[in-house]
Each structure stands twice: as structure tokens, then as C-alpha cells.
Ligand binder design. Structure first.
Ligand SMILES: NC(=O)C1=CN([C@@H]2O[C@H](COP(=O)(O)OP(=O)(O)OC[C@H]3O[C@@H](n4cnc5c(N)ncnc54)[C@H](OP(=O)(O)O)[C@@H]3O)[C@@H](O)[C@H]2O)C=CC1
Ligand SMILES: O=C(O)C1=N[C@H](C(=O)O)C[C@H](O)C1
Length: 271
């Protein structure tokens, strides 16, 4: 079987460089194209050299439309605005997509869902196997502990992260709210300050830490009087996310259309 050709958007970024490495290491994948922001000082540089894996003869270009002939699946870990532009290009060209970008608003998420009717898309706020297992554990914990506990989601990331709470923390909140039959929009509390009043049992709290070079840490507390259950994940390298994205790219190559997430890729979906 021929190799699946991958394009990486934002190939000069923190995740972009990891993705180049993960794609070159993955069986059945080959790097076909790499992009960066128009005006970036990295344009023209070799994606492999930037990622520290040696020359791949794939120069960073600004225009994804100009390299459509060179890839089958785009992996995009950039910014919401950039991802939306890439989504339009991929939908019009019939190219599949793996989206890891977080911080998208409701309208942008709706556009991704609509594009899934024409092309295959994996869209997930966290591509690590460990975090996706945590989503399952959170669903079980919430169903067992129900309304008997206070639930708080605490996340920490590096100082460069621009969105808060993290996409992973928000999805953790969605998983728990769904398991408990609550609407996250109604019960979420983002940080606390001043005279807040006593805690309301059905709320789900989010606390955010931004500091130094923390790769990504998430901890969910289920707290009753006299005991506390914690489900926690700590990433010490971005390679887990990158390997997950490479796995998602191989998987979506076999799906012509539809919107999926990592639960589908990993075979973790119950229904
Ligand atoms: N789903 C998951 O598993 C994970 C998701 N993420 C998410 O991935 C995203 C990126 O994170 P990170 O790598 O740390 O961020 P970086 O800022 O390091 O990387 C983003 C890269 O995209 C570039 N870029 C911006 N606009 C465009 C464009 N139009 N075309 C091509 N490239 C562009 C940026 O260039 P410039 O700097 O010049 O603007 C930058 O190099 C974030 O939303 C983050 O939350 C991160 C880790 C895991
Ligand atoms: O920006 C990051 O770094 C990360 N972002 C993702 C998120 O917002 O959940 C995933 C990961 O924790 C790293």
C-alpha cells in the first residue's frame, strides 16, 4: 500500500516540530508539505532540519493551496483563525484533516461539524492516549459519584498558552456534565474571587495555572465529606500528542467523510 502523504500546518511551532518528528517516525506516513504563517521568518526553511530530524526537502510555505498536490491529510495545530482558513481549503479540495487546535468558539466548531459532511475530520482537544483514557474514567467516576460530590477541574500549562481553560479541561467538563445530565454552560464556574458565597453542589469549577514550561497537567477532584477521588494526567513531553495525531492521520485516511474524535480513533467509544 502506498504511503499516506501528510501536510503539517504551523510546522515551525512547538507542536509543529514534534509533529514533523512523529510523522517521519510513523509507519506508512510521509511528510509531503509544511506551512507557516505568511511573513514568518521560517518560510523556506526545511521542515526536517527545523524539527531536528535531518533534511527532508520539504520547505515551509505560506500558502496551503499551493501544495495541495503534495498531501492527502493535513494535521493542523495552529490558531483558531488559521485552522478556519485551512478548513475551507481542505473542504474545497476534498482533503482530510486532523485538528488539534484549541480555543475555538461555538460558531467555529459548528463550521468544523458542517465540513465533516464533506470530508473526513478528526478534531480533538487532546490527542494523547492517556488523556483519552482519562475521559472514560471521568465518565465512570461522575456516574458513580453523582450529586454526592463537589467537582473541580484544575489545569496547568506553559506561559505561552493563549487560551484558557485548556481545551482538554473544557472537554473534561463536558464529559462530566453529560454523565450527570447537567448543561455545562449553566453549571461551569471559571475561577473564584471576592465574596463568592458558599459553593453550590451542582457547579463544576475550573482553575487555570499558567507558568514556565509546564507541558500540560489536568487534575479532576471529586470531593465528598471525608474522601477525595482524583483523576489526573501529567504530560512531560509533547510527543504523546504528536504520536496521537499521527495515529489519527493514518486512521482518517480510511474515512472519506464524517467528524470524529480520538475516542473513535482509539476505539474507546461505547456506542
Ligand atoms: N490537541 C492536542 O493534543 C494539543 C493541542 N494543542 C493546541 O495546538 C495549538 C498550537 O499549540 P503550540 O504548538 O503550542 O503553539 P505555537 O504557537 O508554538 O504553534 C503554532 C504555529 O502555527 C503558526 N501559524 C499561525 N498562523 C498560521 C497560518 N495561517 N498558517 C500556518 N501556520 C500558522 C504559528 O506561527 P507564529 O508563531 O509565527 O504565529 C506557530 O508557529 C494550540 O491551540 C494548542 O492548544 C497543543 C498541544 C496538544
Ligand atoms: O497549548 C498546549 O500546550 C496544550 N493544549 C491542549 C489543550 O488546550 O487542552 C492540550 C495540551 O494539554 C497542551
Amino acid at each position: 500500500m502506498s504511503e499516506i502523504r501528510i501536510a503539517i500546518a504551523g510546522a515551525g511551532g512547538r507542536m509543529g516540530r514534534m509533529l514533523v518528528q512523529a510523522v517521519t517516525e510513523a509507519d506508512g506516513l510521509t511528510l509531503g508539505a509544511a506551512t507557516e504563517r505568511a511573513g514568518s521568518s521560517l518560510l523556506g526553511a526545511d521542515a526536517g532540519e527545523l524539527a531536528g530530524v535531518g533534511r527532508l526537502d520539504v520547505p515551509l510555505v505560506a500558502d496551503l493551496s499551493a501544495v495541495l498536490h503534495a498531501f492527502d491529510v493535513l494535521i493542523d495545530f495552529t490558531s483558531p483563525a488559521a485552522t478556519m482558513g485551512h478548513l475551507d481549503i481542505c473542504r474545497d479540495a476534498g482533503k482530510r484533516l486532523v485538528i488539534g487546535t484549541t480555543g475555538l468558539d461555538e460558531a467555529q466548531r459548528a463550521q468544523i461539524k458542517a465540513a465533516g459532511e464533506s470530508i473526513g475530520i478528526v478534531f480533538a482537544p487532546n490527542m494523547s492516549v492517556g488523556v483519552n483514557l482519562c475521559f472514560k474514567l471521568l465518565d465512570i467516576a461522575a456516574r458513580v459519584l453523582g450529586d454526592e460530590v463537589d467537582i473541580e477541574i484544575i489545569e496547568a500549562h506553559h506561559r505561552h498558552k493563549v487560551d484558557a481553560p485548556s481545551g482538554t479541561a473544557l472537554h473534561m467538563g463536558e464529559v462530566i456534565a453529560e454523565a450527570l445530565g447537567r448543561d455545562l454552560k449553566e453549571v461551569a464556574v471559571y475561577g473564584r474571587e471576592g465574596h463568592t458565597g458558599a459553593r453550590e453542589r451542582r457547579t463544576i469549577g475550573f482553575e487555570t495555572i499558567r507558568a514556565g514550561d509546564v507541558v500540560g497537567e489536568h487534575s479532576v477532584w471529586f470531593v465528598a465529606d471525608g474522601e477525595r477521588i482524583e483523576i489526573a494526567h501529567k504530560a512531560s513531553t509533547r510527543m504523546n500528542f504528536a504520536r496521537g495525531a499521527a495515529r489519527a492521520a493514518s486512521w482518517i485516511a480510511g474515512h472519506e467523510r464524517g467528524l470524529f474524535d480520538m475516542q473513535d480513533v482509539l476505539g474507546l467509544r461505547a456506542d
